[in-house]
Design a binder for this molecule. Structure first.
Ligand SMILES: Nc1ncnc2c1ncn2[C@@H]1O[C@H](COP(=O)(O)OP(=O)(O)OP(=O)(O)O)[C@@H](O)[C@H]1O
Length: 435
């Protein structure tokens, strides 16, 4: 891999004088820093300035305005602008140039790491710097320019695809919560969903209910990454959710024969489903990203659930919590788009009920769901109409949907949520009878 390619740099500059479509594309994809050679870097910057000022950039106009600078830099302007280009060759050249930038950034990073280690910087601090540097590389790689012509074609393709049920199913994921599906129109590939709630508020259970619908019932491939539970604890939880069994009885080994016999059939669905689970005790954002990439390549996952972000060890002791969480959300959003899958990130609410600096983090999210207890007014309404609801799922923010709240029933001992009133009444009666 080249760390710079002077010929390619000159070719791009020459092509940029061939028409505004080339310079426009270069400006959307590149910055002056992508040009390693000083003279090329300066010329690109000057072209950008002319373009931004609304002036035409051709070999002639640029030379008239910058002849002194061109002479000073020792550039042969006629040779540089004597190029033969076409849109495909230009795209390839831009992609090549971006690769050389990435390679250079990695070289710089490796030099910095070596120096840090030689200077006795702590290993944790070095690792934190690597994470931050890599996250910057990813963000830069995410830029993607779409021409008006391409966008009009994409519009037509996307709309036509959405009109076909099969096409919709390729892009959207539906859950068993009708009101949520209706409000959101389904969870889309590329979406980052933040699921927040207070400690013990049922976030993991709700996320597991979603995973059951998507990966076990609909059999779409998915990944559940957790940092809290051992495989045994997870197995007990999945058994409770899938077979609708008492979590307490499962943990105590006190299932009736009838309940125990329910298990194999339900586990068949798990066996043939698409849910992969992964426990990473010291959850780090880079590990999460590489596992998501690995499972996308191997299993073509459509959904990844990260449970939960509060335990992630970022190793950057200097940054505040909200900066770390926002950074994590940004990187999860980037990978969701890059790998075309939906990601649900669980996050903890602070004791006061506010997600720490939530507004920063929620900028990154397409959908922010919050699980909370019903407020006074909701409780009165539920009691007044004899509705059994005991928990509320709020859409705090939706990029493509209105905000609002929907009531649910959470059957704690079965770790099961429902928005079906008849089922909720049955669960509530069951709980009441059990005392
Ligand atoms: N055996 C049980 N009997 C009754 N309720 C239970 C049982 N097990 C779990 N629960 C309910 O589930 C809740 C915990 O659910 P969950 O672990 O999904 O919450 P969480 O928000 O992810 O918690 P944390 O913040 O600790 O990760 C408990 O607060 C309780 O209401």
């Amino acid at each position: 891999m080249l760390i710079f390619d002077p010929e390619n740099e000159r070719y791009i500059l020459g092509a940029c004088t061939e028409g505004p479509e080339y310079l426009g594309e270069a400006l959307a994809e590149l910055t002056a820093a992508d040009f390693y050679q000083r003279e090329n870097n300066i010329i690109f910057e000057a072209m950008a300035k002319m373009y931004q000022d609304g002036r035409e950039v051709t070999a002639q106009t640029f030379y008239i305005e910058h002849s002194d600078m061109i002479k000073r830099l020792g550039v042969s302007w006629t040779t540089l602008t004597d190029v033969f280009t076409n849109p495909t060759a230009f795209k390839v050249a831009i992609a090549k140039l971006k690769e050389t930038t990435k390679a250079r950034n990695l070289m710089t990073l490796s030099d910095t790491i070596r120096q840090d280690i030689e200077n006795g910087t702590s290993v944790d601090e070095v690792k934190a710097r690597i994470e931050i540097a890599l996250s910057k590389c990813e963000n830069a790689a995410g830029r993607h320019y779409i021409s008006p012509k391409d966008m009009s074609r994409i519009c037509l393709d996307v709309v036509a695809e959405r009109m076909e049920p099969e096409g919709r199913a390729k892009k959207c994921i539906y859950t068993c919560f009708g009101a949520l599906n209706k409000a959101t129109g389904g969870i889309e590939s590329g979406d980052l969903i933040i699921l927040s709630g207070s400690t013990g508020g049922g976030k993991s259970a709700f996320a597991a209910n979603l995973a059951r619908d998507v990966c076990v019932t609909q059999k779409l491939p998915g990944l559940y990454i957790n940092s809290e539970m051992s495989a045994d604890q997870m197995a007990l939880r999945w058994s409770a959710i899938l077979a609708e069994l008492s979590h307490t009885a499962l943990r105590a080994g006190k299932l009736s024969d009838c309940d125990f016999n329910k298990l194999p059939l339900k586990l068949d669905a798990f066996d043939t489903g698409g849910l992969h689970t992964l426990t990473i005790p010291d959850l780090r954002i880079n590990t999460v990203l590489s596992e998501i990439r690995r499972f996308k390549a191997k299993e073509n996952i459509r959904l990844a659930i990260v449970d939960y972000i509060g335990r992630m060890d970022f190793l950057d002791s200097k940054a505040d919590d909200w900066q770390l969480l926002t950074g994590a959300a940004r990187r999860l959003k980037t990978i969701a788009q890059e790998q075309q899958l939906a990601i649900i990130m669980l996050a903890q609410l602070s004791a006061s009920g506010k997600l720490a600096q939530a507004s920063y983090m929620s900028h990154e999210a397409d959908l922010w769901l919050n699980l909370r207890k019903p407020n006074e007014e909701e409780t009165k309404t539920f009691l007044g109409s004899k509705d059994p609801w005991n928990i509320v799922l709020e859409i705090v923010k939706g990029r493509n949907t209105r905000t609002g709240a929907m009531p649910l029933y959470f059957f704690g001992d079965r770790l099961t949520f429902t928005d079906d009133k008849a089922k909720a009444l049955y669960y509530a009666k069951f709980v009441q009878a059990a005392g």
